[in-house]
Design a protein around this ligand. Structure first.
Ligand code: HEM
Length: 180
């Protein structure tokens, strides 16, 4: 029913399902937590697409701005903010999924996974989260540099450098996920 139940090798939630414990109250709590987990995960995937599109648009506009030597405008700023904000949403959602929902289900619903010794579990728990937080940090840095930079050329250059590096990190992480 849920992706976590499918034992997919690529999956952080390669989990051994247990019989729910704790009677009716426990069962209801676990059911609710699993529903929220599943919903939050779907939203995470949807926002991933938005993040990627906003990142690609930011880079395309920066390159086009540099080539055409036009002014750095509100549209450029807006799309880069969308990229930055989408990453913040991902951070909140990802943290909710990992630290609140998964942790609350470990024990009552499934066995505590051996994250340290399992490469695919470790990927989602450590590498994915660390790379994405760094990508977010780069976008935040990019926004600060764009604000500080004087002149259109410098703004577009900062945008291309920081948002480009951030997008590359995200794509790298996604490629790692697909090739595992
Ligand atoms: C910024 C902080 C982020 C955090 C803390 C985070 C956290 C997580 C966690 C914990 C999972 C595993 C969920 C599970 O299987 O239980 C996950 C999965 C996933 N994340 Fe993120 N994430 C972040 C950003 C992103 C971004 C920016 C993207 C893409 C643009 C992304 C794409 C994905 C995808 C596609 C999966 C699903 C992998 C699968 O199907 O097994 N995440 N994320």
């Amino acid at each position: 029913m849920f992706r976590s139940y499918q034992g997919n090798d690529n999956n952080i939630a390669k989990l051994e399902i247990k019989e729910p414990s704790g009677g009716k109250t426990g069962g209801f709590f676990i059911f609710t937590a699993v529903m929220i987990y599943s919903f939050a995960f779907k939203i995470h995937i949807v926002i991933s697409t938005i993040t990627l599109l906003a990142g690609i648009a930011t880079i395309a506009m920066s390159v086009q701005g540099l080539i055409s030597k036009r002014e750095y405008g509100r549209g450029d700023s807006g799309i880069s903010i969308a990229f930055n904000v989408a990453l913040y949403f991902q951070l909140i959602l990802g943290s909710l999924i990992y630290y609140l929902l998964r942790t609350s289900l470990e024990g009552p619903m499934w066995e505590v996974p051996d994250t340290q010794n399992d490469a695919s579990l470790r990927f989602w728990a450590i590498e994915h989260i660390a790379l994405m937080i760094f990508a977010l940090f780069l976008t935040q840095l990019g926004r600060a540099f764009i604000k500080k930079s004087k002149g259109t050329f410098r703004k577009f250059r900062a945008s291309l450098f920081y948002f480009g590096a951030s997008l590359l990190l995200i794509l790298f992480s996604m490629t790692m996920a697909l090739t595992r």
